[in-house]
Ligand binder design. Structure first.
Ligand code: FCB
Length: 446
């Protein structure tokens, strides 16, 4: 029987994503490193340690990415390496980043580079932190410096990774290295300053590299009342969804603070993004009044739930989030999407069903330009330590041994061919055949 194919555009970017602290190893000069040494901060007392040893040997995993047919990769810079003390820039660290970025180009892998992915130089958090406007000046200078030194190798930049997750985890949940001042007022103050940081970095980069694309990787999630929820639950889901999904980009678009940040304008913020980055993982049910926390981690009876109760598999949500950012009229990149699944029992079908939603969006001419799977290789998953394995490549942090998961084989076929086919589904996720490629299953052998 002829294969059915979902074909992606020839210039589509097929990548994976990582973050400095999660893969580099020995980032001893940042706030995460210190936090990890304290009792009770990280699940099972895990530490990032050598992580995936990228500081010494990123090239080996870049070889694997190239072999997987990837033509793009999203990584982040570790600010504490580049500026180990205020106003002191380390040229050897910048040289190492140049090497890594050059290694990507040599392998046909286009870099997308994030400036801030959850970690901070110790001196920043000890001094001013994001509750003070001083952080904005420092961030601007750091952005200008790296654009100057590395910009010729970086066509795409992300200023800040998941600002709302960052603020929530740091100021409200205190599961990330927490500053002295926490709570709602501090969270809103930090959000305003992160918006200022973004605007400052956006213009610092564009001044040096007018042709670069600069944006934000924004975590977006579906918030819904539980089935059978009432009008209040519905109203509450809408409020949380606005706060988490829309408030940031709405502020960026209009240059004005939006509810509940307060009122007023931020200078140079309006229209300060060239693309919308979506990090999509899951959906949450919410209920009003919230019980013991904003989110409700109980899933429906038929839900497919990933390791450690991380989240429910809900591919339709990625389509909904793409539709949600169409209002900004910018190119869209899926800057993260993945699942913690050590045994790799779910990831192959997760890949196929999520890519199907993206393909569906593209076939409606929604401008989705690339997909960066989180992640290339198992890495240090923040407060959950090494308990959550997101890699297409499995890695043992003790031995640094790696092996390609089945899902990595599938992603290789997808990236190399620029398509998802019924034949792939048949081999990697046969249970999906009827739902995704009806009538395409090979006839049963009598
Ligand atoms: C995202 C983070 C990324 C990783 C994945 C699983 O929220 O940006 O660093 O932790 O989740």
């Amino acid at each position: 029987m002829a294969q059915a194919k979902m074909i992606f555009p020839p210039d589509f970017l097929w990548g994976t994503a990582t973050a400095a602290h999660q893969v580099e190893g020995n980032n001893t000069n940042n706030d995460w490193w210190v936090w990890e040494q304290e009792d009770g901060r990280i699940l099972h007392g895990h530490k990032s340690g050598l992580a995936c040893d990228w500081w010494q040997n990123a090239e080996a995993d870049l070889d694997r990415a190239a072999e997987m047919g990837n033509n793009a990769h999203r990584l982040s810079l570790e600010w504490s390496r580049i500026e180990p003390e205020p106003s002191v820039f380390d040229s050897s660290a910048l040289d190492r980043y140049r090497q890594i970025l050059q290694a990507m180009h040599d392998r046909g892998i286009e870099p997308m580079v994030t400036l801030h992915h959850f970690s901070n130089p110790l001196w920043l958090v000890e001094k001013e932190d994001f509750n003070s406007g001083v952080a904005v000046d420092y961030f601007q200078r750091y952005a200008a410096k790296v654009a100057d030194v590395l910009g010729d190798l970086v066509p795409k930049w992300v200023t800040i990774n998941e600002p709302m997750v960052y603020v929530f985890m740091r100021y409200l949940k205190k599961a990330f290295p927490a500053p002295k001042q926490t709570g709602w007022a501090a969270a809103m103050q930090a959000t305003r300053n992160l918006l200022r940081c973004h605007a400052a970095a956006y213009h610092a980069i564009k001044e040096k590299q007018p042709e670069a694309l600069v944006g934000v990787a924004k975590n977006m999630a579906v918030f819904q009342p539980r089935p059978g929820g009432n009008r209040l639950d519905n109203w509450w889901a809408g409020r949380i969804s606005w706060l988490f999904n829309d408030m940031w980009h709405e502020s960026l678009q209009h240059g004005r603070l939006r509810w509940p940040l307060g009122q007023g304008r931020i200078k140079h913020l309006a229209d300060s993004f060239d693309f919308t980055g979506i990090n999509y993982y899951t959906r949450f049910y919410v209920k009003f009044p919230p019980r013991g926390g904003l989110l409700d981690n109980e899933w429906g009876p038929d839900a497919i739930v990933s390791d450690g109760n991380y989240g429910e598999v809900y591919p339709d949500g990625i389509f909904q989030m793409i539709k949600r950012v169409l209002r900004y009229d910018k190119p869209i990149y899926i800057t993260e999407n993945g699942i913690p699944d050590q045994a790799d029992g779910i990831r192959p079908s997760f890949l196929i069903t999520h890519l199907r939603e993206i393909w569906r969006a593209i076939s409606f001419c929604f401008p989705v330009m690339g997909y960066y799977h989180w992640s290339l290789v198992d890495n240090f998953e923040w407060e959950r330590g090494w308990t959550q394995r997101f890699g297409l490549i499995e890695m043992d942090p003790e031995t640094q041994e790696r092996h390609l998961r089945q899902s990595g084989r599938l992603y290789r076929e997808i990236c190399r061919s620029g398509s998802v086919t019924s034949d792939m589904a048949q081999r990697y996720a046969p249970d999906l055949m009827d739902a995704i490629f009806p009538g395409q299953s090979p006839p049963a052998v009598a």
